[in-house]
Ligand binder design. Structure first.
Ligand code: HEC
Length: 347
């Protein structure tokens, strides 16, 4: 099982906003192309903000930043190549088969590709600095984004730190950390993030599996023999930061559960120490004042004999046939069935 990546922005709510903006921008870009030269500041920068800078900014996973004209201009030839071949942004959907429409996808539409190619063909001009859109504001990485909506998370689980040398093979690191839960709790929202200076440079992705005693065969959770029994709880990769559960639904965490981390680290030429953190917002449990479904949290609830409202008994009688009666019954039903099919054949 692998959770579908949410593409396009760092928050779920942000991603929805982004989609609307992208549609508007592409319409402007294609309309503009007809009667004036394509420029960086007016036409290209908005596309880069929308579709590239999540990765192409300092400290993120891509090798160079594409925020300003000066940062972008030297890469014009390479951008042409990658964009024309639809290698960038990474969105490897086969255009000839299967589902083509995805919400919040990060690929470029034909107009946006055309705009970038026209800009490079025209010598990659800068354009009027006044046309440059204000820098895109990114979420503050030092706080939890879900805190805006839910307040500070109830539970934060941290992986141990890992130091990636400047040059090394890719590392797959799987430390296990107890969640510390002592009672079963339902999860309302989850956020996950790499932490540490330049952590996003080396963190290709991070998985958090939930290991807990479940009464189900391990193969239903995972086909990875290294982590058998632990279902995928959350994943971080650029663009995928967490999940909010639908109202009245959730994921169940059990007492003594553990997070089995799986970090894929990639060396980038400098020593970087990073770890990953997972924040969980728990649903209100079966007996607090904040639970709107609970009329009286102070009410003692237990099992016992008591008569407050009405009482009712539902009766169901079952008749057992002996063998003789059973045969007679089935024969009479079979006869009805034959009649019916004969009727049908005659139609
Ligand atoms: C999800 C992350 C991500 C997004 C979004 C993304 N890139 Fe990249 N890009 C990378 C990574 C990682 C590399 C380095 C690996 C490689 O070259 O494929 C890269 C490499 C490149 C290169 C090659 C640089 C070279 O060495 O020549 C170009 C050009 C590029 N990206 C342009 C873009 C443009 C333009 C966009 C947006 C339209 C974009 N990328 C969006 C992650 C991303």
């Amino acid at each position: 099982m692998r959770i579908t990546q949410l593409i396009g922005a760092r928050t779920v709510r942000g991603a929805v906003l982004v989609l609307g903006t992208a549609v508007a921008l592409s319409a402007i870009a294609s309309a503009a192309n007809a009667d004036r030269p394509v420029t960086f500041t007016k036409d290209v920068a908005p596309i880069l903000q929308q579709k590239c800078q999540d990765c192409h900014q300092p400290g993120s996973i891509a090798p160079m930043s594409l925020r300003t004209y000066d940062e972008t201009r030297p890469w014009a030839r390479s951008i042409k190549d990658r964009v024309m071949r639809r290698q960038m942004p990474p969105w490897h959907i086969d255009k000839t088969v299967g589902i083509q429409k995805f919400k919040n996808h990060r690929s470029l539409n034909d107009d946006q590709i055309e705009t970038i190619l026209q800009w490079i063909a025209a010598g990659a001009p800068k354009g009027d600095p006044n046309d440059m859109p204000p820098p895109k504001q990114w979420a503050d990485e030092s706080g939890w984004q879900l805190a805006n909506k839910y307040g500070e998370p109830n539970l934060v689980v941290k992986s141990p730190e890992y130091t990636m040398p400047p040059v090394a093979q890719d590392a797959w690191w799987r430390p296990t950390v107890p969640t510390g839960l002592t009672e079963p709790r339902w999860v309302r929202a989850i956020e996950i993030r790499p932490v540490g200076k330049n952590a996003r440079k080396i963190t290709h992705h991070a998985l958090a599996r939930l290991q807990q005693p479940e009464d189900m065969p391990a193969e239903l959770f995972t086909n990875d023999p290294n982590v058998a029994g632990a279902g995928l709880f959350m994943e971080w990769a650029v663009g995928k930061n967490g999940d909010e559960m639908r109202a009245d639904s959730g994921r169940l965490m059990l007492p003594n559960s553990k997070i089995v981390w799986e970090m894929h680290y990639h060396a980038v030429g400098e020593e970087i120490t990073a770890h990953t953190e997972l924040a969980v917002v728990l649903s209100e449990s079966d007996n607090t004042k904040n639970n709107k479904s609970n009329p009286d949290p102070d009410q003692w609830v237990g099992w016992g004999d008591r008569t407050v409202d009405g009482m009712g008994h539902a009766w169901l009688n079952i008749t057992y046939y002996n063998d003789e009666d059973f045969k007679a019954q089935t024969a009479s039903r079979a006869a009805k069935t034959v009649n019916t099919s004969v009727d049908r054949q005659q139609q």
